[in-house]
Design a protein around this ligand. Structure first.
Ligand code: 8IG
Length: 277
């Protein structure tokens, strides 16, 4: 990906919270919405939710907001949208996730979350497409994230910033989601660095240490969201069973296809959950 504009977060002397405050000011100016109440990051398969949560009042290319960059990946949208729900909540929908495997550093990965907090959002909803470790799960199934294991060996926090991660994925918010769909299962999200999928042995390791979902995002974002004081709700769309759990090789095409098929159902679910928050 060629970048014509330099990103302020690439300056090691930049204060990432000041960059996020600048980004939030850009969003307020470009959307005309002074405060957002809920922020929503839409991962693979979840994109359609933006169309049914409410009325889109503004759509901004991510490249117009300080510190954001174009998404590197098919299936990801490079826009930020401001949506007004029927009951009057302002939802900031982030369709431009920067993944850790892109190699721009963890500050760039969590910039959208810090920006969401700076816009005033008290609730951060993180969604993703991921692999399932539990054999009982089937591709196309949404599951709640109950906790995570961060295998990136990195953190978005810098210095002696000791943040409590008990109840990181809020029990209160999971209960609300289950009120909408009592059949929702939940599991522990295990973030690998990627971009390769796991070996079957690595999936067995994840299983043995207590992981149920394998993915390449979300855990680092959740940590930053908690640092910023937000309450977090996490959803994974199981697009494939993890390597060795399913007997066929994994492919990005399969992941996109599973997402496409599940999209109407999980988007409707997410819209109902957002309404209930
Ligand atoms: I979609 O099986 C999706 N993302 N690490 N493993 C990891 N990330 C994923 C997978 C998977 N499927």
């Amino acid at each position: 990906m060629s970048e014509t504009h330099s990103n302020p977060l690439d300056d090691p002397n930049a204060n990432p919270f000041e960059v996020a405050a600048d980004a939030a000011a850009d969003i307020a100016r470009l959307t005309g919405v002074e405060k957002h109440d809920i922020a929503l990051t839409l991962g693979s398969g979840w994109g359609k939710a933006a169309d049914i949560i409410g009325e889109t009042t503004a759509t901004i290319p991510a490249t117009e907001v300080t510190g954001f960059s174009k998404p590197a990946l098919e299936g990801h949208v490079g826009t930020l949208r401001s949506i007004r729900t029927p009951d009057g909540k302002n939802v900031l929908v982030i369709g431009a996730r920067t993944h850790y495997y892109e190699g721009h550093g963890v500050r760039r990965v969590v910039h959208s979350v810090r920006t969401a907090a700076a816009t005033g959002a008290e609730i951060m909803v993180l969604t993703n497409g991921a692999g399932g470790v539990r054999e009982t799960w089937t591709p196309g199934q949404p599951v709640l994230i109950s906790d995570h294991i961060n295998l990136t060996a990195d953190s978005p926090l810098e210095g002696a910033t000791f943040i409590d991660l008990t109840d990181l994925y809020s029990q209160r918010l999971r209960d609300i989601a289950r009120g909408v769909d009592p059949s929702l299962d939940e599991g522990v999200y295990t973030q690998f660095r990627g971009p390769h999928y796991e070996t079957p042995a690595e999936v067995q390791m994840a299983k043995h240490i207590g992981g149920h979902i394998v993915g390449m995002s979300t855990a680092l974002e959740a940590i930053a969201a908690r640092e910023a004081g937000m309450e977090i709700l996490g959803f994974s769309l199981i697009t494939n069973l993890a390597a060795g759990i399913q007997k066929t090789p994994l492919s990005h095409a399969e992941v996109i296809e599973a997402g496409r098929e599940a999209e109407p159902v999980i988007s409707a679910l997410l819209a109902r959950v957002v309404e209930a928050l």
